[in-house]
Design a protein around this ligand. Structure first.
Ligand code: AP5
Length: 237
C-alpha cells in the first residue's frame, strides 16, 4: 500500500440530508458535494435512472414512484449497499432520500458497522407542507445533469416574461429542454407528504437518540443562500 493511502476506521464523513419533497435537498446537495468533495447518492435519482433504463427493477419502481409511494426497501437498500462499496465513497458520501424509514436507517447502520463506520451527521430541512406544493408544482429539471429550476423561485435565463413550456424552459448551461417529473403533481404530492410524515419523520428521532450522531434541524423556508449558510455552518462545526 502506498504512503498516505491507508484509511483509519471511523474517519468517513457520512452525511444524511433529510427533508420532505420540495424542501430543497436537491438544491442544496450539490453545494455540500462541492464543499466536501464526496459523492452525492440520491436514491430518487438512482431509481429514476433505473426507470429510464427500462430494467426489471425500473419497471417495478415506476408505478410506485408515479403514485408517490415508497419503493420496496430491499431494492433501495441493495442499490445503496453496492454503491457505497465504490472507491469514490472511501472518504464518505452524502445520502439524499435515504434512509426514508427507521427500518432503512437500521440497515444503513448495520452496513456501516460492518466497516467500523457510522453516520456522522443528519441535516434535516424543515418546511411547512403548504409551501411545498408551490415549490413542487413549479419545478422543472434538466434530466442529464439533475439541475433543478423553478418557474418563480429559480427560473432559467430562457424564460424571461414568457409562459413556462418545454420551448421556453431551457437549461442555462446546455440550452437543452427542461422537463417536469411524473410525480410532481398535486395528487402524487399528497401521498408523498403523508408518507414523509408517517415513515420518514421518525428517522430523525431515531438518530437524535444515537450517540455520536450530530442532528441539525434547519429552517428550509428561507432564501436558498441563507439555508446554505446554516448547512455550511452545521457541517463545518
Ligand atoms: P426523491 O427524488 O428523493 O424525491 P423527494 O424526497 O420527494 O424530494 P424531491 O426531489 O422532490 O425534493 P427536493 O427536496 O430535492 O427539492 P428541490 O431541491 O428539487 O424520491 C422520489 C421517489 O423515489 C419517492 O417518492 C419514492 O417513490 C422513491 N424513493 C426514493 N428514495 C427511496 C427510499 N429510500 N425508499 C423507498 N423509495 C424511495 O426543490 C424543489 C423546488 O423548489 C425546486 O424547483 C427548487 O428550485 C425550489 N426551491 C428549493 N429551495 C427553495 C427555497 N429555499 N425557496 C424557494 N424555492 C426553492
Amino acid at each position: 500500500m502506498g504512503c498516505g493511502t491507508s484509511k483509519e476506521k471511523g474517519e468517513k464523513k457520512v452525511i444524511i440530508l433529510l427533508g420532505p419533497p420540495g424542501s430543497g435537498k436537491g438544491s442544496q446537495a450539490p453545494k455540500i458535494v462541492e464543499l466536501l468533495q464526496t459523492p452525492h447518492l440520491s436514491t430518487g435519482d438512482m431509481l429514476r435512472a433505473a426507470v429510464a433504463s427500462g430494467s426489471e427493477l425500473g419497471k417495478e419502481a415506476k408505478e410506485v414512484m408515479e403514485k408517490g409511494g415508497l419503493v420496496d426497501y430491499k431494492v433501495v437498500v441493495g442499490i445503496i449497499k453496492e454503491r457505497i462499496k465504490e472507491k469514490d465513497c472511501e472518504k464518505g458520501f452524502l445520502l439524499d432520500g435515504f434512509p426514508r424509514t427507521v427500518e432503512q436507517a437500521e440497515m444503513l447502520d448495520d452496513m456501516l458497522k460492518e466497516e467500523g463506520e457510522k453516520v456522522s451527521s443528519v441535516i434535516a430541512l424543515e418546511v411547512p407542507d403548504e409551501v411545498l406544493t408551490e415549490r413542487i408544482c413549479g419545478r422543472w429539471i434538466h434530466k442529464p445533469s439533475g439541475r433543478s429550476y423553478h418557474v418563480k423561485f429559480a427560473p432559467p435565463k430562457s424564460l424571461g416574461n414568457k409562459e413556462p413550456s418545454p420551448e421556453t424552459m431551457l437549461d442555462d448551461e446546455t440550452g437543452e429542454a427542461l422537463t417536469q417529473r411524473e410525480d410532481d403533481s398535486e395528487e402524487a404530492l399528497k401521498l408523498r407528504l403523508e408518507t414523509y410524515h408517517k415513515e420518514t419523520v421518525p428517522v430523525l428521532a431515531y438518530y437524535e437518540g444515537r450517540e455520536g450522531v450530530v442532528v441539525e434541524k434547519i429552517d428550509g423556508n428561507r432564501r436558498i443562500e441563507e439555508i446554505w449558510g446554516s448547512i455550511e455552518e452545521a457541517i463545518m462545526a
